[in-house]
Write a protein that binds this ligand. Sequence first.
Ligand code: PEP
Ligand code: MN
Length: 349
Amino acid sequence: MIVTLHAGAPVATTDAIVAAARAAGCDSRTFDDGHGGTVVGIVGTVSVSEYPGISSVLEKHRPYMLASREGRPYAPTVVKVGGVRIGGGRPVVIGGPCVIEGREALLEAALATKAAGADILRGGAFKPRTSPYAFQGLGEEGLQYLAEAREATGLPVVTEAMEPDHIPLVAHYADMIQIGARNMANFPLLRRVGQANTPVLLKRGFSATIEEWLMSAEYILAHGNPDVVLCERGIRGFDTTTRFTLDLTAVPLVKELSHLPIIVDPSHGTGRRSLVARMALAGLAAGADGLIIEAHPDPDSAQCDAAQTITPAELASIIESGRILHAALLGGTGENEREHVSSSVTLHA
Ligand code: PEP
Ligand code: MN
C-alpha cells in the first residue's frame, strides 16, 4: 500500500506507520513526494486510519510503488549526474563512441563531443557483444581513459557495468552507471547497483514490456538508489530493415506512469546513421528528457556499431535543432511541473 503524508505531518506519524508495518511483518520504504510530504510504501496492508497527517491511502496501486507516479504525482524526479540535471527541464545530450578504443582515440572523441555541445560523455569499457569473438572492451584500462577524458573536457561520464562485482569499480571511475538492454532483468546486477550511490541509466530490454522495465527500475529504487534514468533504445519487432524498432510511445506513456526521467537512444533504436537525427528529434517531440547518441570522429572506422554512429558535426546539428525544438515545445504542460531532485529512499526491511 502507498500512504502519503501532508507536508506538515508529524515525523512521529511516519515512524509509527513504519513500526506498524514492521510489527505486521511488512517491508516498507519511505521517500519524499517532491512536494514537501512523505510517502510510505508498504509491501502489504496495515491499518493507518488512526494516525494524523495522512493525505491519502492507496491499497490498490501499480506493483512498482516507488517508481510510480501514484505516490509522487506532483513532481518529476531530477537526477543529477555530475553537474548535469536530467529531468524536468532542458533536455540533455549524452554523446560519444560506442566503445572506448584507446587513450588517444577517446580523448579525441571526447573533445569533439564536448565541442559539439553534448552534456555528458559516453563510452563502453565492458561491452556486451553478441559474439564472444568480438572486441569486448578495454575493461578497467578503458575506465581510466574515461576518467582522463572527464578531466580533459569537464563532462561527466557514463559507462556500462555488466557484472555485480564490477559495480564498485565502475562507480569509482564514472558519474553514471549504465545497465544495458541485455541486463535489464539481471536481478543480482539491479540489486547491486541499487546499493550504489551513483546514478543509473537503465536501458529497456529489447523484449521487455513497459511494466517489466519499470519493475527493474523498482529493484534499483527498492535497494536504496533513487537516481534512475530510463532509456528507450528500441525493441525487437518483425522488421529487420532497421536494427530495432524505436518505441517512442514509451516516452509519454512512461511519463504518465512514472516520475522518473526518460531519455531516447536513436542510435541503437535504428541501427542506421541516416535515421538518427530524425528519430532524435522525434524523441524530444515525444517529451524525452534527453538523448544518448553514438558519435565518433571517423564513424566508418568505429570499432563497434559503426553503421549507427554519426560524426561530431552531425551531433552538433542535432543538438542545435533540439534546442530550437525544445523552445518551440515550451509552454506544454510537462514544463510547468515542479521539479524534484531525488534525494533518498529509506529502507525499513
Ligand atoms: C550501448 O549503449 O552501447 C549498448 C550496448 O546499448 P544497449 O544495451 O541498449 O544495446
Ligand atoms: Mn553501441
